[in-house]
Design a protein around this ligand. Structure first.
Ligand code: KIV
Length: 284
């Protein structure tokens, strides 16, 4: 889809993984080094999530993220030429107003290097999914807790906890599948409900706070690697403590600069004695 030459995983492999019972691994990536590292670690899908808003751009939520920011982050990830597929998240306001907007903005993400796009919601958004898929761009759906509409959902809360809302989730997921989505993120949904949604679909589900029976799992880079500290949603598991390691490195650098231990001789460039004498003679 892009003009960046790379050996990428083929999109049909994602559906094949569900059929083979192989779990799909997705992480967020917002820049070149994280895309490279995640791909080297064997991650299958990189989500250039609008969670960049609260994880790297300093916003309180995902809502302020703009298309220009999403394009910039997606292109940084794409320049790493990962084997993992790149999913560009469509920010709030980039697809809600019309099918034409949705297609134009999905095209921008693809031109920036995304292999597919993700958008939140079903209902009125199904037409957007059909329009983008109709334009030849693969779409990942996103149901359950959809942070862009957290106000409408009553806050950042688990969804599908009543029989009626669980039924609605299954029906929305089926409709997203019929609209042409190739996979669906299920966020903050009871594990047993997510298992039923997963069972009901031929396309894979990727869970975040949706229990072990989804076809894959996704976590936010800064959560899973412990760049973020303090309280986190219950589904977050920290596999590293990068915040402590980064702080330790920065404190050591500051201490050595202040004591004069850095830079040492091996960090400095040399000039020959002859050139130095000539230079110093010129100085008088
Ligand atoms: O933006 C994001 O990181 C997401 C994940 C929570 C799935 O949408």
């Amino acid at each position: 889809m892009t003009d960046v030459h790379r050996e990428a995983m083929a999109l049909p492999e994602v559906g094949a993984m569900k059929r083979a019972g192989t779990k799909i691994v997705m992480v967020t990536a917002y820049d070149h080094p994280s895309a490279r590292l995640a791909s080297e670690a064997g991650v299958d899908l990189l989500l250039v999530g609008d969670s960049a808003g609260n994880n790297v751009l300093g916003y309180e939520t995902t809502v302020p993220v703009s298309m220009d920011e999403a394009v910039m982050l997606t292109s940084a990830v794409a320049r790493a030429k990962p084997r993992a597929l790149i999913i560009g998240d469509m920010p709030f306001g980039s697809f809600q107003a019309s099918d034409a907007d949705a297609v134009a903005n999905a095209v921008r993400l693809v031109k920036a290097g995304a292999d597919a796009v993700k958008l939140e919601g079903a209902g009125p958004m199904l037409a957007r999914v059909r329009a983008i898929v109709g334009a030849g761009i693969p779409v990942m759906g996103h149901l359950g807790l959809t942070p862009q509409s957290a106000t409408k959902l009553g806050g950042m809360k688990a969804q599908g906890r009543t029989a009626a809302t669980a039924r609605q989730l299954v029906s929305d997921a089926r409709e997203l599948e019929s609209a042409g989505s190739f996979a669906i993120v299920l966020e903050a949904v009871p594990a047993k409900v997510a298992a039923h949604v997963t069972e009901a679909l031929a396309i894979p589900t990727i869970g975040i706070g949706a229990g072990p029976n989804c076809d894959g799992q996704v976590l936010v880079w800064h959560d899973l690697l412990g760049v973020n500290e303090g309280p986190a949603p219950r589904f977050v598991k920290r596999y590293a403590d990068l915040a402590s390691e980064i702080r330790r490195g920065l404190e050591a650098f500051a201490a050595e600069v202040r004591s004069g231990a850095y830079p040492a001789d091996e960090h400095a460039y040399k000039i020959s004695e002859e050139e130095l004498s000539a230079f110093e003679a010129d100085l008088g």
